[in-house]
Design a protein around this ligand. Structure first.
Ligand code: TYM
Length: 329
């Protein structure tokens, strides 16, 4: 069975973008792959987090993983910081990654161009920790949204370099990007990605938004003056984004949706998109409440971490031997 690995960084509440671009893919894939899914809590620290809020976000994230259908019996689900080998391999890989490579990372360049002075060194080397998260489990595939593709490509480069230097050590993973919904855009500015760190709250739907709040956000989503429901991401970015959201949730193809809404105004179309989103959130949130009431989160994380540690520790040991960190050469 081929292996897949992915993670989400809970630096805020999970969004509809996380669901469409990543979570629902994980759930789909757990049927046919050995799935490893973790909560990238160390990654959140690259930007200051209020400790109480972070802790709550971690709890919500694991509950939402389960509410979305990730099954701890099929998938290995754990918290990144519970498997210490990630951070250890992260340092080793940062010593096999050039600053020139990190300077080319889009997220770093974006922050730099905004003149952010408070960028931490952790943020700068974050892609090497992500490389460690991946390579330590030898996955075949890494399902991610479009924005993380560059990081998986860097991971491949680092793995190839390492294998060339020290001999075969890591499998070279392939990023897997969903065909529909790999980049859900902000509702208030459809030229920007929908993001949990977005200050403009009305552009972002959170999985724990009250359904009626989410409906309002969809109904007030920015559109255009063309007045025709069609897929044209350049000239009709807002409508194209709503088509993508509808299609991802209803599983009706975008061309079929365009036919369905031919000759109708944006109001009707938005209402249909809102109905899909409300259906999803209501369903997820009622499952989320049940999961919280069952008090199973710690048990799920503990048993996932146990399984993950066995794999990760073995790989770290091999790497340490390869690079000469041990005396048993
Ligand atoms: P993060 O937490 O920013 O996002 C988690 C996943 O959600 C996807 N995603 C989106 N997809 C579509 N539209 C959007 N608007 C949208 N926003 C987010 C992301 O592409 C991602 O797949 N560095 C990672 C976490 C991570 C990781 C890993 C992922 C750490 N280690 C190892 C895979 C493998 C991150 O910050 O993702």
């Amino acid at each position: 069975m081929k292996r897949m690995l992915s993670g989400i960084k809970p630096s805020g509440q999970l969004t509809l973008g996380n669901y469409i671009g990543a979570l629902r893919e994980f759930v789909k894939y757990q049927e046919d792959y050995e799935m490893i899914v973790f909560i990238a809590n160390l990654h959140t620290l690259t930007v200051y987090q209020d400790p109480k809020e972070l802790s709550k976000n971690l709890k919500d994230t694991i509950a939402l993983y389960l509410a979305c259908g990730l099954d701890p019996k099929r998938s290995t689900i754990f918290m990144q910081s519970d498997v210490m080998a990630h951070a250890q391999l992260g340092f080793i890989l940062s010593c096999n990654t050039y600053m020139g490579e990190l300077n080319r990372m889009t997220q770093y360049k974006d922050k730099l161009s905004k003149g952010e002075e408070s960028m931490t060194s952790g943020f700068y080397v974050y892609p090497t920790l992500m490389a460690a998260d991946i390579l330590i489990y030898d996955p075949d595939f890494v399902p991610v949204g479009e924005d993380q593709k560059q990081h998986v490509e860097l991971t491949r480069d680092v793995a190839i370099r390492f294998n060339n230097r020290y001999g075969e050590s890591f499998k070279i993973p392939t990023p897997l990007i969903p065909k529909v919904g790999s980049r859900i855009m902000s509702l208030s500015d459809p030229t920007k990605k929908m993001s949990k760190s977005d200050e403009a709250d009305k552009g972002c739907i959170y999985l724990l938004d009250k359904p009626e709040v989410a409906r309002k956000k969809i109904m007030s989503a920015v559109t255009d003056l063309v007045g025709v429901v069609q897929f044209d991401p350049i000239n009709q970015a807002g409508i194209s984004n709503l088509l993508t959201i509808h299609s991802a949730l209803s599983k009706v193809s975008i061309p079929d949706l365009v036919k369905q809404f031919e000759g109708q105004g944006y109001g009707n179309f938005k209402k249909a998109v809102a109905d899909e989103v409300v259906k999803l959130l209501s369903d997820l949130q009622s499952k989320y409440e049940v999961i919280l009431s069952q008090h199973i989160l710690e048990e799920v994380l503990e048993s996932g971490a146990k399984k993950a540690r066995i794999m990760a520790d073995a790989k770290l040991k091999l790497v340490e031997q390869k690079i000469g960190l041990t005396i048993d050469q």
